[in-house]
Structure formats: structure tokens, C-alpha cells
Design a binder for this molecule. Structure first.
Ligand SMILES: [Zn+2]
Length: 88
């Protein structure tokens, strides 16, 4: 007899957990939380891109051959293949 009670409690608990999960999931989807997270992510991505662009201007220089911006640490232009640095 006690076994049926335990099984019943477990089934009711699982059902309540599923209902609660569905309610919370739908609330998250419908709320502005998802939109705010998306805005924050876009803000962070945009900010990171700006920082990368600003930093790239300092360690980049135009290739003498094709004028394409290449890294100062590059030995060979990856666009035209011109040797930019002496090989050690
Ligand atoms: Zn080049």
C-alpha cells in the first residue's frame, strides 16, 4: 500500500515540476529578459569590434606592393605575397 503512495507522490511531483518548467520557460520567452540579454550581447559585440578596430590601426601598416593593410609582424603580405621582412 505504501508503495502506491510513494509512486503517486513521485508522479504528482514530476507533473508539477513539468508544469512549473513550462510556465517558467514561457515566461522567459515572453518577457523582455530575452530582449535585454540580446541588447547586452549586441552592445558587448559592438564594443569589442570597436576596440579591435582601434587596436588594429596601431600594429598594421599598408603593404608597399598592394597597399593592403597587413600586420607589422607579418613577414609576407598575405594578399600579394611581397616579402615585408628579412628572413632571419
Ligand atoms: Zn601586398
Amino acid at each position: 500500500m505504501i508503495v502506491f503512495v510513494i509512486i503517486g507522490v513521485c508522479l504528482v511531483g514530476a507533473f508539477l515540476f513539468w508544469v512549473l518548467h513550462e510556465v517558467i520557460q514561457s515566461a522567459i520567452d515572453n518577457s523582455t529578459l530575452a530582449k535585454n540579454v540580446q541588447d547586452i550581447r549586441n552592445h558587448l559585440i559592438g564594443k569589442g569590434t570597436q576596440q579591435e578596430t582601434a587596436a588594429s590601426g596601431e600594429d598594421h601598416e599598408p603593404c608597399p606592393g598592394c597597399k593592403h593593410m597587413v600586420r607589422k609582424t607579418d613577414r609576407v603580405c598575405y594578399v600579394c605575397g611581397l616579402a615585408l621582412r628579412d628572413w632571419d
